[in-house]
Design a protein around this ligand. Structure first.
Ligand code: PMP
Length: 288
């Protein structure tokens, strides 16, 4: 496997960063998780824009332009002979001393890994996921805006650990006011009376790239869609529920905390959203 690391392609065994890199010491950096489908990088430009916004928010200068980033991501896929992949693009603060000060880190590090995809097991796309609500709350935007896709994922990792303790693969995280924010690594949607509803970013959701494509899919399918504050009650009484993410794509959720959502089976709107999504991933974005 060839990894792009700071201007060079190196073997994975040589792809190393320093123990003084603040990405490692403090989670100081930003990243994207991107998908390659049959030679098409789904919504690459939107991912690069979000990366730039994340970097701007933490006052990190990305060492490459948008066009250069795009080329580096495509070239990493080409170098590895991939047509379908999960791509991880990371920019760290770079090497500094043992203090926090990012201004003592003169050179950010940028690397790209293109690798195989590990998805949820296929039967869950057919039968749906049983998810839980975890006690760990999604971090307050005043502490660290969840819209920043930073390397500091401890909040989500605590949620993921709790999900596993309860035997679930994914979990709903509430914000500190008790509203549904998102899942540990996915956005959440419900369908109620023919309408698709999702929490807004201001409730603690990442502005997911898959999430934003659901808005255009809903238009294509002529299904009304809107952002709205959501509590667990709204999921309890929803007809359908599904989760979205670059890794997960669109996956039905059929149980929450042991309660059936709707009739406990993936619903018709979820199925048509998933079908429309699978068509779009082949055409929207950038060919390598
Ligand atoms: N929320 C969180 C916390 C995530 O980590 C992800 C995955 N990147 C998502 C939502 C889904 O975002 P996207 O569709 O851009 O992958």
């Amino acid at each position: 496997m060839k990894i792009y690391l700071d201007g060079k392609f190196v073997d994975s065994a040589e792809a190393k960063v320093s123990v003084f890199d603040h990405g490692l010491l403090y989670g100081d950096g930003v990243f994207e998780g991107i998908r390659l489908y049959s030679g098409n990088i789904f919504r690459l430009d939107e991912h690069l824009e979000r990366l730039e916004y994340s970097a701007k928010a933490i006052m990190l200068q990305i060492p490459l332009t948008r066009a250069e980033l795009s080329e580096v991501v495509c070239e990493t896929c080409r170098q590895n002979g991939l047509q379908d992949a999960y791509i991880r693009l990371v920019v760290t603060r770079g090497v500094g001393d043992l203090g926090l000060a990012p201004w003592l880190c003169p050179k950010p590090s940028l690397f790209v890994i293109a690798s195989k995809i590990s998805l949820y097991p296929p039967e869950h796309y057919e039968n749906g996921l049983a998810i839980v609500t975890v006690p760990t709350r999604r971090i307050n935007p005043a502490a660290l805006p969840p819209t920043i896709k930073s390397l500091n994922y401890m909040n989500n990792i605590l949620g993921k650990i709790e999900a596993r303790q309860f035997g679930a693969l994914e979990a709903i995280m509430l914000n500190d006011q008790g509203y549904v924010a998102e899942c540990t690594a996915d956005n959440v949607f419900i369908v109620h009376k023919g309408e698709i509803i999702t929490p807004s970013a201001s409730q603690g959701a990442l502005k997911g790239i898959t999430r934003s494509s659901i808005f255009s899919i809903a238009q294509e399918l002529k299904v009304p869609i809107r952002e709205c504050d959501m509590t667990r009650y709204d999921i309890w009484v929803a007809d359908e529920c599904f989760l979205t993410g670059s890794g997960a794509e669109v996956i039905p959720a059929v149980k929450l905390d042991g309660r059936e959502i709707g009739n406990g089976k993936p619903g018709p709107i979820t199925r048509s959203v998933l079908a429309a999504f699978r068509r779009r991933v082949l055409v929207e974005g950038t060919r390598i």
